[in-house]
Design a protein around this ligand. Structure first.
Ligand code: ADP
Ligand code: ZN
Ligand code: MG
Length: 502
């Protein structure tokens, strides 16, 4: 008998809140990739004795934006606590974090997978501070005398720029069952954070960090199995692969009759494997107690109301509206609404050209224009090619002024130079040729120039007509209207066939 297993997965996500200053002091939040180490540090965030933390109101507001958008119950008073542990990147010896009384609880978010939409429950959302960053520098290896490898001269560098940066922790219920759902959840949350303007979603820079908790249980069982937690996943791809690997690994462990050990596991990108890091600590190990230097965080309903009213239209609402208002598939609507700048761009393009079917604009935007941004490795930037220009390009294609192939060339040039499609078509004489007389002449010339291929076609090699078509398009420098070429070619070939049969 083979036992069927199902995976159960819950996620903890840490998102830095991109405020101007840190969570409990006035130090600036600096870009880790752009800054010298230890330039944004003060006595508070470096843990000097005798200093007092002060709560950053903007960080609370950002946290509330997220909590409200996740449909959470907001605590009228939440409590900061000290989570005690020693580590060189934590000079205070404790992290200030919300524990028993978090900012918000019991929310939800809708995710989209190939199975459709699904609701994932949010357990809690709380505020805390980030730690510093360590860089380990390896020393010289010592030649093993007694067989034990060792090294000397190694050291670790401490950078406290990140210490005290506001962090929002968002914890889901264990409602996910596949790697695909995990990825979809991470994408939905990332998209939401970006819409809300609180986090860039840049996983490579570490501003959004995802830790999946994975367990396995026999199908039909309600009890939760023993879980592992995977750390240091710094891309959506690593997240998806890490979860898939862990599901396989744990299933194997259970099938072999052993049991899963509760532990924290790392991710080895090169090997595509998780590996045991440390056994899981319990909450008791941290000796949590309320932070004596901070009062309860009181949030009044007026403020909540104000923040709620200022929220933008959220990705999921926009996703549904796009499908209805613009008759788009759920796939298209999903791609267009994932990023607010893209959704705005699309709507702007549609607004400037009400006669163009939105679907055509969606295709050019998410296909060719996205392709150009990808090729150049630059993020989507509306200023690079204004929505009005993209709409006019699509308009030129629909009006038959240029064909698809020419339009792609024109789009690349628009992308490079910022010129309007009309100017490019004009300057380079790219207007599509639909003149039947002219095209008939080109067809006649191609047929006359390639008697062998024509003979082959008449003898039954039908595919040669595609080749002949290509020759006519070439003769017309790619500007001939393909429909007219096809018709004319078919007509002349049919004529030849008839006279050959006579
Ligand atoms: P911590 O990891 O800090 O002890 P929690 O117990 O709150 O915190 O759980 C963290 C995450 O792990 C949550 O997203 C939760 O849904 C998920 N989780 C808890 N138990 C399991 C389990 N047995 N299998 C899968 N996920 C779990
Ligand atoms: Zn500081
Ligand atoms: Mg955890």
């Amino acid at each position: 008998m083979t036992l069927e297993f199902e995976a159960v997965i819950g996620l903890e996500i840490h998102a830095e809140l991109e405020t101007r200053s840190k969570m409990f002091c006035a130090c600036l939040v600096v870009d880790p990739t752009q800054s010298e180490p230890n330039i944004a540090v003060c006595p508070v965030c470096s843990g000097m004795p005798g200093v007092l933390p002060v709560i950053n109101q903007r960080a609370v507001e950002y946290g509330l934006r997220v909590a409200i958008a996740l449909d959470c119950e907001i605590a009228s008073a939440s409590i900061f606590a000290r989570k005690n542990y020693f580590y060189p990147d934590l000079p205070k010896g404790y992290q200030i974090s919300q524990y028993e009384e978090p900012l918000a609880r019991n929310g939800r978010i809708t995710i989209l997978t190939s199975q459709g939409e699904k609701m994932i429950r949010i357990r809690r959302v709380h505020l805390e501070e980030d730690t510093g960053k360590l860089t380990h520098v390896n020393g010289e290896p010592i030649l093993p005398v007694d067989g034990s490898a060792s090294e000397t001269g190694g050291y670790s560098l401490v950078d406290l720029n990140r210490a005290g940066v506001p962090l929002l922790e968002i914890v889901s219920e264990p409602d996910m069952h596949t790697a695909e759902e995990v990825r979809a959840y991470a994408m939905a949350l990332r998209s939401l954070l970006r819409y809300l303007g609180v986090n860039s979603g840049d996983m490579q820079k570490g501003v959004m960090r995802i830790e999946p908790n994975v367990s396995i249980r026999p199908v039909g069982s309600q009890a939760l199995g023993t879980r592992t937690e995977i750390k240091n996943l710094n891309s959506l791809r690593a997240l998806e692969r890490g979860v898939a690997f862990e599901i396989q690994r744990q299933s194997g462990v259970l099938r072999s009759g052993r049991s899963v050990t509760q532990e924290t596991r790392g991710w080895n990108e090169a090997l595509g494997e998780t590996f045991a890091q440390r056994s899981k600590e319990d909450a008791d190990d941290y000796r949590y107690f309320p932070e004596p230097d901070l009062p309860p965080l009181v949030v009044d309903t007026g403020w909540i109301q104000q923040i709620r009213e200022a929220l933008p239209e959220l990705p999921n609402m926009r996703f549904h509206r796009f499908q209805i208002q613009y008759s788009l598939s759920s796939y298209d609507a999903g791609v267009l609404t994932e990023e607010m700048a893209v959704a705005d761009y699309f709507e702007q393009a549609v607004r400037t050209s009400p006669h163009i079917p939105p679907k055509n604009i969606a295709n050019w935007l998410t296909g060719d224009l996205f392709g150009l941004f990808n090729q150049t490795g630059t993020p989507f930037d509306p200023a690079r090619l204004v929505p009005e220009s993209l709409a006019s390009l699509v308009g030129l294609v629909l009006a038959g002024e240029i064909n698809q192939a020419t339009a792609k060339t024109v789009l690349s040039e628009m992308f490079e130079t910022g010129k309007s499609p009309q100017d490019i078509v004009q300057e380079r004489g790219l207007r599509q040729v639909s003149d039947a007389g002219l095209i008939a002449g080109w067809v006649r010339q191609v047929l006359a120039d390639h008697p062998d291929q024509v003979k082959g076609y008449l003898a039954g090699k039908e595919t040669l007509s595609r080749w002949l078509f290509g020759q006519v398009m070439r003769l017309g420098k790619g500007q001939a209207n393909p429909q007219v070429v096809q018709q004319e070619l078919d007509r002349q070939l049919a004529e030849m066939k008839n006279s050959a049969n006579l």
